[in-house]
Design a protein around this ligand. Structure first.
Ligand code: PEP
Ligand code: MG
Length: 858
């Protein structure tokens, strides 16, 4: 027998703790402290609930003593976090023949019988686990229901209130321990052994004589967060009856021309309800949804939960609460889940939309789009020209597809991983992308996709791509628009004042630079200059430079590339100045830049004045077995010096042009895929020479910063050496992950989900930085680099730069900034601010610790 002290009557001073009794119990105590008319409520701790699940029986009589001689009560679940779920509420426990007779005099015999009947049914379904259909009979009465129950269970319906209550508690306690409930809450972040508190409350009936009924009220619009009274009231009802849809007997709360309202019929109660709403908002420091009941004209507040809301509404709500000085700005910033705000930046599938999932893959770039399937870049461009939305489907993408990617509304690939070509480009463009949809058989010739279940879709068929969840849905599905609200901007400005690690954007073109400014990036941390050549006219020129067989041909191609690069760099400087722009010299993995289509080969042959056969032979010549480990990055720079020299010249000349237009520019030049100090020395001396040339030609003084991408394990280990020549190191964690694991970033999609499902990897290391392995290399490199050069600037510019946990890790290593695709910049800004608030770095004395934020602050 457990001690009765495990039941705690909730009073203003009772020892109710969220961790012991759950969020609902704590919230009810706050409502009581605010003098709200809450019926007597007793909290049962999670330890007691666990004991009940294990078969122990506490002293029910003592518990029932709190509720007088004719107890009729409800039981609700009270988990530590409201979104961990929990068994549903059971009302009217205690109803039996005696209580029915007693309440008949107070409420009327019809109401008392109705309450009794309701309880029998819910007990039968929720506790005895019977089928509600057994009560489908004409003119159902209490007697008929009791007989049906007995018939089904061979036992009489329990009349003792103690037995009823114990069985309810036991069934709720056991439901919480069930496997599916456990998995569900663990998916919401609950620990495996999370306990459940319960609250037992005297019923306010909502049925009977006088004005009786129940309703729900909240003071914000759940979609937008704007102030608005929303809710319903229903006479002669209980719990959330007023919210069950399709009823024409519910009432509006506020006057409404569509029907009767509580405001008109019970103006005083309505005014009191509004007053309590205001008190609740201030006292609970949250927008609540309040469950209320009227019993014979008396108002009771039974429960309150955070008002349901979209991410957009959440931002509006917390910003307004901070403006009203109900919460601090730090609290407001802490309350927003950084990942959830990507919902605001991209169109999304409407939460309640029906999903007919054709196939799933890696959620490679967030957002959603509906369009017709197209199977090549040309069809995508044609479709866009005709004003028709399309989804580009490829086995995998290459630079030849980039034009089509620009024209499409979404990208779907059969191959590729979270940081493969399609993913990186789509994220940069802010397009949804599902990569590595290996279950889908893509037939580019027949222009069909075949799903695992045999369904075949052809070009022109409409699908909806959900890049947030990694699903391909058949047909058109309702979407919700992205919205960069004023509240969102303001919240991010607050975040910027709080954070202590920089956030830059990865931006490859002037358009990307504009997007970066829109999201208030502090600069560009990575411009992949080879991506500036994705346009068809430019791609061929770049290929010519790479493919040229002799110096003369190459010089000719480079002469054509120079003005293109210069113009782009100049534009980017003008857009970003005085913010820094870091230009990464060419790093074209050759397989991404070799033509693959017949048309591409012919085009290259034309440009190089050779036959298609010769062009093919040259391509074969340059073909590599492992292009990711081949003639990439600085290796191209070392072996074909003219290419980097041309780029350096374009950068310096652009900086001079931009500064003539008033922009303050100190270009940052970064070389990729370094593994040895000597590579750095050679390239740096060549770039210095170009700078000297440009200065003497123009008579202008030039300053630039020279840095190295650390993206091979060797570069990380030798960072001390490398730092002697570099003023900054930027970690390319995409390649670093690829090389540390020996795991191709373009092929990992094939088995990654299997690896994660089987628990081989806790997460895809291309999405969340592997802190143990790759992270150790980063730590070694940071330390060795800073030993040589204490002011060495350190950053991450791989895709991990936009991932909150990875940002935390970078910050712990003392990095100066992270850089990520423009659309992830707001996520990074918010995540960085939250880190600074939660764990101020030494010396950050000016940052205060705010109170714990969340649904119901402690
Ligand atoms: C990286 O490897 O992390 C990186 C930023 O470079 P890229 O993705 O262009 O290889
Ligand atoms: Mg790289």
């Amino acid at each position: 027998m457990l001690d009765h002290l495990n039941f705690e009557l909730i009073t203003p001073t009772a020892a109710i703790h969220r961790k012991l009794h759950g969020a609902r119990a704590k919230c009810l105590q706050r409502l009581i402290r605010l003098d709200m008319p809450v019926p007597d409520t007793v909290a049962i701790s999670s330890a007691t609930v666990r004991a009940i699940a294990g078969g122990q029986q506490p002293e029910m009589a003592r518990l029932l003593e709190y509720f007088g001689s004719w107890p009729v009560i409800s039981v609700r679940s009270s988990p530590i976090m409201p979104d961990w779920g929990g068994p549903g509420t059971i009302l009217n426990i205690g109803m039996n023949r005696a209580n029915e007779a007693f309440f008949a005099s107070r409420l009327g015999s019809d109401a008392a019988a109705a309450l009794h009947l309701k309880f029998i049914r819910s007990y039968a379904v929720d506790v005895a686990r019977l089928d509600d259909e057994m009560f489908d009979m004409p003119n159902l009465t209490v007697e008929k229901a009791l007989a049906a129950y007995e018939d089904e269970t061979d036992e009489a319906f329990p009349q003792e209130v103690e037995v009823q209550l114990f069985n309810v508690l036991k069934s709720m306690a056991r439901a919480w321990e069930g496997t599916s409930a456990r998995l569900l809450r663990m998916s919401k972040g609950a620990p495996e052994n999370a306990g459940l508190g319960l609250v037992v409350q005297r019923m306010a009936f909502g049925m009977g004589k006088g004005e009786s009924g129940s309703g729900v009220i909240q003071f914000i619009n759940s979609d937008t967060g704007d102030a608005q009274e929303v809710g319903r009231y229903k006479r002669q009802s209980q719990g959330r009856d007023a919210l069950s849809g399709g009823q024409d007997d519910t009432m509006y709360l506020t006057q409404d021309e569509r029907g009767p309202s509580l405001e008109e019929s019970q103006p005083e109660i309505y005014t009191e309800l509004r007053r309590l709403g205001r008190v609740g908002r201030t006292g609970l420091r949250e927008e609540m949804q309040i469950e209320f009941t009227l019993e014979g004209g008396n108002l009771y507040i039974l429960d309150a939960v955070s008002a349901p809301r979209t991410a957009r509404a959440e931002v509006a709500i917390v910003t307004k609460l901070a403006h009203d000085e109900i919460i601090s700005r730090e609290d407001a910033v802490l309350r927003i889940e950084p990942r959830a705000i990507s919902e605001l930046l991209h169109q999304q599938v409407a939460p309640k939309a029906k999903r007919d999932v054709l196939a799933a893959g890696i959620a490679a770039s967030p957002g959603a789009a509906t369009g017709k399937l197209v199977f090549d870049s040309f069809a995508a461009q044609t479709s866009a020209a005709q004003g028709e939305a399309c989804i580009l489907v490829r086995r995998e993408t290459s630079p030849e597809d980039v034009r089509g990617m620009h024209a499409a509304k979404g990208i779907l690939t059969e191959r590729g991983g979270a940081n493969g070509h399609a993913a990186v480009i789509a994220r940069g463009l802010g397009l949804p992308c599902v990569a590595g949809a290996t279950d889908l058989d893509i037939n580019s010739k027949a222009r069909t996709v075949t799903a695992a279940d045999g369904r075949v879709l052809a070009e022109g068929d409409v699908v909806t791509l959900d890049g947030t969840r990694g699903q391909i849905l058949v047909g058109s599905v309702p979407l919700i628009e992205a919205g960069l609200s004023a509240a969102f901007r303001e919240l991010l400005e607050w975040a910027d004042e709080m954070r202590d690690i920089g956030v830059r954007a990865n931006a490859d073109t002037p358009e990307d630079a504009k997007a970066s400014m829109l999201f208030n990036a502090e600069g560009i941390g990575l411009c992949r200059t080879e991506h500036m050549f994705f346009g068809e006219d430019r791609l061929t020129v770049l290929r010519e430079a790479i493919f040229a067989e002799d110096a003369e041909d190459r010089a000719a191609a480079l002469t054509r590339l120079l003005p293109m690069q210069r113009a782009d760099f100049r534009d980017m400087f003008l857009i970003m100045a005085p913010r820094p722009v870091c230009l990464r010299l060419f790093d074209p993995p050759l397989h991404e830049f070799l033509p693959t289509t017949r048309a591409g080969i012919v085009e290259l042959a034309d440009a190089m004045d050779m036959s298609a056969r010769e062009a093919q032979a040259r391509i074969d010549d340059l073909g590599e077995v492992n292009p990711m480990l081949g003639m990439r990055g600085v290796r191209l720079g070392i072996t074909v010096p003219e290419i980097y020299e041309m780029q350096a010249r374009a950068i310096f000349e652009a900086a001079i042009e931009a500064s003539k237009e008033g922009a303050v520019v100190t270009p940052e030049i970064m070389i990729p895929l370094v593994s040895a100090k000597r590579e750095v020395e050679i390239v740096k001396s060549r770039i210095d020479a170009v700078a000297a040339d440009v200065m003497s030609e123009t008579g202008q003084k030039l300053e630039y910063r020279f840095g190295v991408m650390v993206e091979t394990p060797r570069a990380a280990l030798r960072a001390g050496d490398i730092a002697t020549h570099a003023s900054f190191l930027s970690f390319g964690t995409n390649d670093m992950t690829q090389m540390t694991y020996g795991l191709s970033r373009d092929d990992a999609g094939r088995f990654m989900s299997e690896y994660v499902n089987q628990g081989v990897f806790a997460e895809d290391p291309f999405l969340a930085l592997d802190q143990d392995g790759v992270g150790e290399l980063l730590a070694i490199a940071s330390e060795r680099g800073r030993q040589v050069r204490s002011k060495l600037t350190l950053s991450v510019c791989g895709e991990h730069g936009g991932d909150p946990e990875s940002i935390a890790f970078c910050r712990s290593l003392g990095m100066d900034y992270v850089s990520c695709s423009p659309f992830r910049v707001p996520v990074a800004r918010l995540a960085a601010a939250q880190l600074a608030i939660r764990e101020p770095l030494e010396g950050d004395d000016d940052l205060e610790f705010p109170e714990e934020a969340g649904f119901v602050p402690q």
